[in-house]
Design a protein. Structure first.
Length: 120
């Protein structure tokens, strides 16, 4: 079962969208289900100043990406990079075990965006 909080994050996401002049963009896909996640970042002084996501994904992927954005917004790049999907699942409350892998899409896309930014 999904928690009430997870359903709420899925129904009313605040971080969905695109940042046109993003400083970094990261993408990650799950080859098993075909879902794709894209993360956009605005970065200033090594901190995340704005974050948005676009996804072609399931309820758990959308809710966990929304939760992840909420948790890492304003954090340093190092703190954001270390964010684990377990922290996101914990913050969301209940999530079926078979859906936990969906929460990994967002953290991987976020790390890809940070890697891209650091390569520049
Ligand atoms: Fe693909 Fe959830 S089923 S991310």
């Amino acid at each position: 079962m999904y928690s009430e909080k997870l359903i709420e994050k899925f129904k009313n996401p605040k971080f969905v969208g695109k940042i046109k002049d993003a400083d970094a963009v990261g993408e990650e896909g799950n080859f098993k289900c075909g879902d794709v996640m894209k993360i956009y970042l605005k970065i200033k002084d090594e901190k995340i100043k704005d974050i948005k996501f676009e996804t072609y994904g399931c309820v758990a992927a959308i809710a966990s990406s929304e939760m992840m954005c909420e948790l890492v917004n304003g954090k340093t790049l190092d703190e954001a990079y270390q964010m684990s999907h377990k922290e996101i699942v914990k913050a969301l409350g209940e999530m079926p075990a078979v859906k936990v892998h969906c929460s990994i899409l967002g953290t991987r896309a976020l790390r890809n965006a940070i890697d891209e930014f650091r390569k520049k």
